[in-house]
Design a protein around this ligand. Structure first.
Ligand SMILES: NC(=O)c1ccc[n+]([C@@H]2O[C@H](COP(=O)([O-])OP(=O)(O)OC[C@H]3O[C@@H](n4cnc5c(N)ncnc54)[C@H](OP(=O)(O)O)[C@@H]3O)[C@@H](O)[C@H]2O)c1
Length: 251
């Protein structure tokens, strides 16, 4: 799956799924903009990108900051001349309780990063994607379709909103030849729970019907497939890769 001559933005490229897909795009010949806030972690991923020979730039930015969002798009297009793929992957999780009165603060914090930032980046990237007939991949979660834990309601809402934003955007941009899809992972071994202050290594202890949890590279493989010409007929879809977790709905 060559991405030679293609320009890709990956948000949340400093760890987990974003880091894995950034390296993979570089390996396949794309020019990649690595976006996140933690410069040290971005540098570590940059070294991995260099090892596979990919052209890339680091953009230290907070996706939820409007000026940073503009800079993400403008720096990428200035450096590489175009934009073919936007991977909206940056995301956070956080607990919020209705009865303890913490839900509103959590909701605002999560929505700003997990949904509003994606709406903004999509709007800013769309004119460039129309020129290249490019595509967008939004990293959602099975939490957008099922309730994973009542204290995760803000996170679940952000991903449910993202699922519908994916479909709506796909509908609007289809006539311009731009595809928009989502991927909904189940548990993936990344830093996400540690970053949110939960038990280290929590994900690897979770039970799934297939008796395994995913590695970031499995999700990265799906992202590359959806971004490639092989998926030219796919838009408005939400591809689930969850080791069977959603099957619990049928029990
Ligand atoms: N891991 C799972 O089990 C799982 C399951 C379903 C869905 N997902 C989704 O997968 C996506 C990637 O998560 P992950 O599991 O790979 O977690 P991760 O290892 O914690 O990575 C999250 C990335 O998002 C970046 N990020 C967070 N807030 C940001 C902001 N305001 N501006 C810029 N970058 C920001 C982080 O970088 P900095 O901290 O350096 O900014 C980091 O690179 C998320 O959208 C998550 O909801 C994960």
């Amino acid at each position: 799956m060559s991405f030679s001559g293609k320009v890709v933005i990956v948000t949340g490229a400093s760890s987990g799924i974003g880091a894995a897909v950034a390296v993979m795009f570089c390996k396949e010949g794309a020019s990649v903009a690595l976006v996140a806030r933690n410069e040290k972690k971005l540098m570590d991923v940059s070294v991995k990108c260099s090892l596979v020979g990919g052209k890339h730039i680091i953009i230290k930015a907070d996706v939820s900051n409007d000026e940073d969002a503009k800079r993400i798009i403008s720096e990428t297009v200035t450096k590489f001349g175009q934009l073919d793929v936007l991977v909206n992957n940056a995301g956070i999780i956080a607990f919020g309780s209705i009865l303890e009165g913490t839900i509103l603060e959590t909701y605002d914090k999560i929505m700003k990063i997990n949904l509003r930032a994606i709406v903004h980046l999509t709007m800013l990237a769309a004119p460039h994607l129309v020129k290249t007939k490019g595509n967008i991949i939004n990293i959602s979660s099975i939490a957008g379709s099922i309730v994973v834990d009542s204290f995760f309601s803000a996170y679940c809402c952000s991903k449910a909103g993202l699922d519908h934003f994916t479909r709506s955007t796909a509908a609007e941009l289809a006539a311009s030849g731009v595809r928009v899809n989502a991927i909904s992972p189940g548990p993936v071994v990344t830093d996400i729970f540690d970053n949110a202050g939960f038990t280290p290594d929590l994900v690897s202890k979770l039970q799934t019907p297939l008796g395994r949890v995913s590695q970031s590279e499995e999700i990265a493989d799906l992202i590359l497939y959806l971004a490639s010409d092989k998926a030219n007929g796919i838009t408005g879809s939400n591809i689930v890769s969850d080791n069977g977790c959603m099957l619990h709905m049928l029990k």
